[in-house]
Write a protein that binds this ligand. Sequence first.
Ligand code: SAM
Ligand code: SF4
Length: 325
Amino acid sequence: MQLSDTFGRKFYYLRLSITDVCNFKCEYCLPNGYQHTEKKCFLSVDEIKRTVDAFAASGTQKVRITGGEPGLRKDLTEIIKVIAANPAIKKIAMTTNGYNLEKNAQQWKDAGLNQLNISVDSLTPHLFNKITGVNRFDDVMRGIDKALEVGFDKIKLNSVLIKEFNDNELHQFLDFIKQRKIEMRFIELMECGETNEFFNKHHLSGDGIKQFLHNQGWVQQMRAKDDGPAQVFSHPESQGSLGLIQPYAKDFCDTCNRLRVSSVGKMHLCLFGEDGVDIRDLIQDDSQQPELIQRLHDAVSTKKVSHYLQEGNTGATPHLASIGG
Ligand code: SAM
Ligand code: SF4
């Protein structure tokens, strides 16, 4: 039976975090880098397989692998393969900082990865390095070229809008996608528990970009049922398209179609505001699937109507690396 909540929303899309660890220090996410304070045991390939199988049996058609930085897991190719082995999963996507994409893009695609989101907050090398805290601009750019060469079904670039950092780069990004089949997505900065000071200083609304796009003849596209929350725009003179994610917009949660599982096996109904429902005890053996599916349905029936971010709620989320942004 399809996972759905009491507000009539149906959940086709699972965002699966496979690690909290990251090798970047993005100012808005992990400004001091990943802290190895407690030893965490991330989901094994078998546990990931059972999780995905139960979600697929409950109507999930798309899985996004995320983190932390998923590219850091040595068994990532195997993880992609076990997800791809489930015939109900029609799309496998991954969000990555792209640091080792050049080396691995081909094998990830061969394993069954269809879509790739690469985070690129600036096309100006010194600004990129300043935002991410690492000197990896060239690696990421070569990774993007390689991903285009390998030919994924869809490639998106994620850029978080940050006042005083990348707010002058719209034209640069538009030039970049003009001759490339890429969806460039601008994401408004979200407030998290550990980064609220940064948020207060640097949050920037996407309304200015939206107005600019309308004025320049960009046209808003229709949304597919397993699409993310982006408003997507296209233009006859650009091969690339442009997506805008505005989590603070009124009605943002109305079209929510995703659920999350953290790297330690907690199911989260929302990025914000709750501690998660533990499912790890029910992914230890294939025979537990009926009980696991029942727990998923029970949890989803308690999903709230909104993330209440507008009211400053960040709930239990210290930063997005902890839950898989
Ligand atoms: N490490 C990978 C990466 O950066 O692509 C995957 C995990 S990261 C948490 C997923 C996405 O969340 C990235 O595109 C990142 O820019 C975005 N993100 C992280 N913190 C955010 C915040 N506070 N507000 C908006 N987006 C955020
Ligand atoms: Fe790492 Fe991604 Fe967070 Fe940057 S946004 S620190 S790359 S998890």
